[in-house]
Design a protein around this ligand. Structure first.
Ligand code: HEC
Ligand code: HEC
Ligand code: HEC
Ligand code: HEC
Ligand code: HEC
Length: 247
């Protein structure tokens, strides 16, 4: 009996600390876009973040402009105009006027992506152009579908094809493109890679075409100097008019 009592106490402590820990994790700001320390080439940045347990979010741009944002479905967002060079964005989450979490996000804005004085410790971030140009969240999300989440409008296929061409004019369409699985290669809000691609270079292809098999069955059959090329040196990604979408 004594031992059982001890076990119950230990278990209660275990669950109690877990509840405390998860409650704490929930009230941290989670930044979805852009990444901290991002270099961007678009003058307008769309900041998207998630937070639980807050009733407002305050955003201060370069210690001057203050925006108070509302929170909907544990999500907040803002469109901010950047000055050239480094911008410091302070984001605080409030509950009844008291700060429950705060982060600082640095964004470096440059028109010239190749400029020599772009800071080395930053990495690139490319927004889906439509967002930077004022496109609304409800082009892709339907806020009526859930009480606490940014749910997607029904049907992934329609999501992108409302605005983008289905490319059915191409004779050979790449499997995932034909299937409307745009999101397997593209991030919907933006990413570290140009064209909002999820992975850069050949890594994108190896996400689905097994690297070992490609090397053994395909690259090994190419001339050695050709095998060093990237997949995209020879193949179009969405499809093409030649078989295997050869360029
Ligand atoms: C072009 C379509 C598109 C637009 C526009 C868009 N989103 Fe999204 N969003 C998505 C998709 C698709 C996902 C699903 C996540 C994924 O596949 O990476 C998502 C995921 C999210 C999530 C995470 C949802 C979760 O599961 O918790 C949030 C939050 C979010 N979006 C907020 C926004 C906000 C705020 C805006 C407007 C500023 C916005 N989105 C605009 C397509 C879009
Ligand atoms: C409300 C209209 C709209 C929707 C919906 C939309 N896009 Fe876009 N997208 C645009 C516009 C406008 C541009 C910029 C001009 C262009 O390249 O066509 C763009 C550009 C792009 C680009 C080129 C890179 C860039 O941002 O300039 C990619 C990749 C892209 N969209 C992918 C997607 C994917 C994937 C989806 C579905 C999750 C999607 N888009 C949904 C309007 C939209
Ligand atoms: C297999 C990966 C992959 C899939 C799937 C994919 N894309 Fe792309 N997409 C890319 C890559 C890589 C680029 C940049 C290089 C290029 O254009 O060849 C790109 C570029 C783009 C661009 C900008 C350049 C252009 O061609 O206009 C748009 C817009 C775009 N994709 C939309 C889409 C849409 C919409 C879908 C879904 C029907 C889709 N993509 C599916 C990999 C993919
Ligand atoms: C999201 C998964 C996915 C990604 C990422 C992807 N592919 Fe594919 N790919 C497929 C599917 C599915 C097929 C169709 C199945 C098949 O025909 O073997 C296909 C077919 C192909 C084919 C034609 C094969 C044939 O037999 O007709 C080529 C060529 C190809 N992919 C090249 C690429 C290249 C190059 C990349 C990177 C830029 C890439 N793929 C990235 C899923 C993907
Ligand atoms: C030097 C040009 C070249 C490069 C580089 C190249 N391919 Fe190909 N690929 C071809 C040609 C030509 C064919 C069609 C004939 C064949 O099967 O060899 C082909 C066929 C394919 C096929 C269909 C046949 C199969 O083996 O499944 C896939 C998938 C494919 N390539 C994916 C890739 C991927 C992924 C990469 C990068 C890792 C890549 N290719 C790099 C030229 C190239």
């Amino acid at each position: 009996m004594k031992r059982l009592g001890k076990a119950i106490i230990l278990l209660s402590i275990f669950f109690y600390t877990n509840i405390l820990l998860s409650a704490e994790a929930d009230t941290k700001i989670k930044l979805l876009s852009p990444t901290n320390m991002a270099i961007v080439t678009q003058e307008v940045s769309v900041v998207i973040g998630e937070i639980k347990g807050a009733d407002a979010v305050e955003l201060v741009i370069n210690s001057k402009d203050k925006h108070t944002l509302k929170i909907e479905k544990n999500t907040f967002y803002d469109r901010i105009n950047l000055k050239s060079g480094e911008n410091k964005i302070k984001i605080s989450a409030l509950n009844k006027g008291k700060s429950i979490d705060a982060i600082e996000v640095k964004i470096f804005y440059t028109k010239d992506i190749k400029a020599k004085n772009n800071p080395k410790e930053y990495s690139f971030f490319y927004f889906h152009t439509m967002l930077a140009e004022g496109g609304e969240c409800n082009e892709c999300h339907d806020l009526k579908l859930s009480i606490d989440k940014y749910e997607l409008k029904k049907g992934d296929r329609g999501l992108c094809f409302n605005c983008h061409d289905e490319r059915l004019d191409l004779k050979y369409v790449h499997g995932p493109v034909a299937g409307g699985a745009c999101l397997s290669c593209h991030n919907p809000h933006g990413s570290e890679n140009e064209f909002t691609i999820r992975y850069s270079g050949d890594k994108l292809c190896y996400f689905c075409h097994e690297e070992e098999r490609m090397k053994a069955d395909h690259l090994s059959k190419l001339k050695p100097e050709d095998a060093k090329k990237t997949c995209e040196n020879c193949h179009y990604v969405h499809g093409g008019d030649k078989e295997f979408f050869i360029k």
